[in-house]
Design a protein around this ligand. Structure first.
Ligand code: 5GP
Ligand code: MN
Length: 348
């Protein structure tokens, strides 16, 4: 007779031994730090803030520590204002990491992705739990739940909490954090979103009292004047190279200054060219400082932008969403990009 699965509600079942081990680690710890990747997005912050609230409900001392500040557009997220960002509170961030007996690594799988915190993280003697959905993990952890087939770390966190029997510690606020992460990593359930489990999770989160219509408005349909203008300008400037089915958007330091750019203003800009059916992938490059260009790429179907980011831009990511950086002026970054683009035609 077929074995009856204990946790058969969701199609994805996490390894029960790992779930138990994480529970034990949490219950045995007093001071827990949750970390997520630099330039945290809705999924990184949503999963981190939600877990922080759950751990506090379990009676633990818990803090979210990030390398840099969350974007203003996500300040509405419950708990986000309590985050200790190392750019602003350097000593406190290091103190918390030093005192932690357990560190969660959410939404990243490589110590390089926590940027200025990585030395303190590597020095820490704390146990580590990683929960992530990126490819090719290279972070040593006591327990690692690494599932690249799950569209967001927030959904993965929910599946963990459910299997752990800990969803009762979720309230309306932490549920809203999880929903926000699920929504932002799937473009409001418009890609990577055919997994039926997602909709069971949403059902549960609605039962916790989230207002999904309002979350949509806050995340997807709220903007500042500068953001609207930069998004429009970036699309106006787009270069389209039909022979290679690629669109390129560049913003240099002068343009960012002119538009009074603040962090988060260009979030999603890289996706916009993909609305054109003839475009297979899109590249956005932004000169963040004299010697650092932030690179973002998005693609359709099986075109692997993570390969380009890995091979030429010190980065990586998913097949359809990847990023990295270039050290030098943006004109050099563009020159490199134009040189290498033809070598990826074989994937078109
Ligand atoms: P974004 O373009 O939104 O910054 O990043 C999209 C995805 O690319 C992220 O979810 C992450 O997986 C990956 N990514 C972005 N920047 C980097 C980077 O500097 N290094 C690596 N390894 N991955 C990155
Ligand atoms: Mn994510």
């Amino acid at each position: 007779m077929a074995e009856v699965k204990k946790h058969s509600r969701f199609q994805t079942e996490l390894d029960p031994a790992m779930v138990d081990r994480i529970k034990q680690l949490v219950l045995a710890s007093q001071e827990i730090v949750i970390t997520c990747h630099v330039s945290p997005d809705g999924d990184a912050l949503g999963s981190s803030c939600a877990l922080c609230m759950v751990l506090k409900s379990l009676g633990k001392k818990a803090n979210v520590v990030t390398a840099d500040c969350p974007p203003k557009s996500l300040y509405f997220l419950p708990g986000v204002r309590d985050i200790v960002a190392a750019t602003r509170h350097t000593d406190r961030a290091h103190e918390l990491l030093g005192a932690a007996d357990l560190i969660f690594c959410l939404d990243y799988n490589d110590p390089k992705r926590i940027d200025r915190l990585s030395d303190a993280f590597m020095r820490s003697k704390a146990r580590r739990v990683m929960m992530d959905h990126h490819l090719d993990p290279c972070l040593e952890a006591d327990v690692a739940i690494s599932k690249s087939e799950i569209s967001s770390t927030s959904a993965l966190l929910y599946l963990f909490l459910w299997q752990a029997g800990w969803t009762r510690y979720l309230n309306r606020s932490s549920a809203a954090c999880i929903y926000t992460g699920m929504m932002t990593d799937t473009g409001n359930f418009s890609y990577n979103s055919n997994d039926p489990d997602l909709y069971l999770i949403i059902h549960d989160l609605l039962r916790k009292g989230i207002d999904k219509d309002n979350l949509y408005k806050l995340v997807m349909n709220t903007s500042t004047e500068t953001r609207l203008r930069i998004m429009g300008y970036g699309q106006y400037k787009m270069q389209y190279i039909p022979d290679h089915k690629v669109a390129i958007i560049l913003l240099n330091e002068d343009e960012l200054r002119e538009f009074d750019y603040t962090k988060g203003d260009t979030e999603g800009l890289v996706n916009t060219p993909l609305a054109i059916p003839e475009i297979t992938y899109s590249v956005f490059m932004r000169q963040d400082s004299n010697d650092c260009v932030k690179v973002s790429m998005r693609s359709k179907e099986s075109f692997p932008v993570n390969k380009i980011c890995e091979e030429h831009f010190n980065g990586g990511g998913h097949i359809n969403a990847a990023g990295g950086e270039f050290h030098g002026p943006i004109s050099d970054a563009l020159q490199l990009l134009l040189e290498i683009i033809p070598t990826y035609d074989k994937y078109l």
